[in-house]
Design a protein around this ligand. Structure first.
Ligand code: ADP
Ligand code: ASP
Ligand code: MG
Length: 409
């Protein structure tokens, strides 16, 4: 009997009625004869509400206590869903992240999974039970409760699928697949039937919130077939695989965007001779994710280095830089908020010069000014003003004719 891991996100389990609906959906899969593991998120906006409560009490709540607080959300769902399954006459047992053996590194609020000790789950599956596991949570070597970063339940699902040698990991959500861009904001976004792990990984990293980036990374590393599909309608979703065979002709296959980007610039004195790279070593040591980097070593003038960070890490970034000003040797720091990043992604890009030029040309025609640029083999990203973000995304989606993609496979 092969094992299947399925995951249902927050919207799909937002109410008790929806949980009952999910239980019926699971019953259908179970009837096909799978050993079944179900990963769930917190109900609806529960996690956001818990964050608001914490912020009511403390301006900078302890990360450890945040993790203890946020993991309660998923615990509600696993118990209710297990009850719903039992009501349908199925054998089901709930597992918190630590009961499921999800061991993470010691990084509160954004921990990576290190190992999965799946013996307890295996035992439940051997006994014919459906294992209902809380997503987004684990435990570190010290016994602290940890979380995997917002949206991390997808990663729990793929990690379990890999550890259990599952045949597939199905992510059920409120859209029926991965689209060429976020269908909520981009007119004419089209569902992609297939997408390579690499393209999905870029899209996820660049803001396409449909999947947690680490889940795609894990799926790629373990070559785990992974699908994204609707928890409401029984329609075919999107399958992630090594290489795509349909819609192959597309050079650009997706447009992603992300708000709340801040551009930081460190200015140095003219006679500064050290490496500008030291700043990034220091930030990395402090778990600050730096994204786009632009270095200006002008022959006559002050050297400077600009980089982007997420708004959520702004205060931490400023504090770390200030604490290390002497050793880093910069003169002063400036930052610009209210920015956004818009990216185009597609593996055909590497062999198609001119894609970036077409992108810049279109943005210029739209009157959108580009503040930073970053490219790789399969993507081009630009930083623009937040107010230009959706215009840029829609214009680029049209420019690369993604709205004309045939809906048929
Ligand atoms: P869940 O709660 O099930 O994890 P998420 O809200 O995390 O669901 O992800 C689903 C949402 O991702 C969709 O409602 C959609 O608005 C958004 N999204 C962003 N980019 C894309 C994309 N390229 N394709 C599909 N959905 C996307
Ligand atoms: N409940 C968590 C969140 O809202 C994890 C998840 O939904 O995947 O971020
Ligand atoms: Mg999600």
């Amino acid at each position: 009997m092969s094992t299947l891991v399925v995951k249902f996100g927050g919207t799909s389990v937002a109410t008790t009625e929806r949980i009952q609906h999910v239980a019926q959906r699971i019953q259908q899969e179970y009837a096909k004869g799978y050993r079944l593991v179900v990963v769930v998120s917190a109900m609806g906006k529960t996690t956001d509400q818990l964050v608001v409560m914490a912020n009511d009490i403390a301006t900078a709540p302890s990360k450890r206590e945040m993790d203890v607080l946020l993991t309660t959300g998923e615990q509600i769902t696993i118990s209710l869903l297990s009850m719903a399954l039992q009501t349908l006459g199925l054998k089901a047992q709930s597992f918190t992240g630590w009961q499921a053996g999800i061991v993470t590194e010691q990084v509160p609020s954004n921990a990576r999974i290190e190992t999965v000790q799946a013996a307890a789950i295996q035992q439940a599956l051997d006994a014919g039970e459906i294992a209902v596991v809380a997503g987004f949570q684990g435990v570190d070597a010290q016994g602290n409760i940890t979380t995997l970063g917002r949206g991390g339940s997808d990663t729990t699902a793929v990690a379990l699928a890999a550890a259990l040698g599952a045949a597939r990991c199905d992510i059920y959500t409120d859209v029926d697949g991965v689209y060429t861009s976020d269908p909520r904001y981009v007119l004419g976004a089209r569902k992609l039937h297939e997408l390579s792990y690499d393209e999905m990984l870029e899209l996820a990293h660049l803001g396409a919130g449909v999947l947690h980036p680490r889940s795609v990374e894990l799926a790629k590393n373990h070559r785990m077939p992974m699908t994204v599909r609707s928890s409401y309608e029984a329609v075919e979703g999107t399958i992630l695989k090594e290489e795509v065979t349909v819609e192959k002709q597309l050079v650009v296959r997706g447009v992603a965007f992300e708000e709340q980007i801040v551009r930081m610039t460190a200015y140095y004195n003219e006679n500064y001779t050290g490496s500008l790279a030291n700043i990034f070593t220091t930030l990395a040591k402090n778990h600050i994710n730096v994204d786009i980097i632009v270095q200006a070593m002008i022959a006559h003038g002050n050297p400077s280095v600009s980089f982007s960070v997420k708004e959520s890490q702004l205060q931490e970034t400023l504090a770390v830089l200030k604490a290390h000003q002497k050793t880093l040797g910069y003169d002063h720091i400036e930052h610009e908020r209210q920015l956004a990043k818009v990216s185009i992604v597609g593996s055909g890009m590497a062999s198609n010069p001119g894609v970036a030029a077409a992108m810049f040309e279109r943005l210029y025609r739209e009157g959108i000014s580009v503040k930073m640029v970053s490219t790789s083999e399969i993507k081009v990203s630009v930083v623009v003003a937040h107010e230009d973000m959706l215009n840029a995304a829609n214009a680029l989606h049209e420019e690369f004719e993604l709205n004309k993609l045939s809906i048929e496979a």
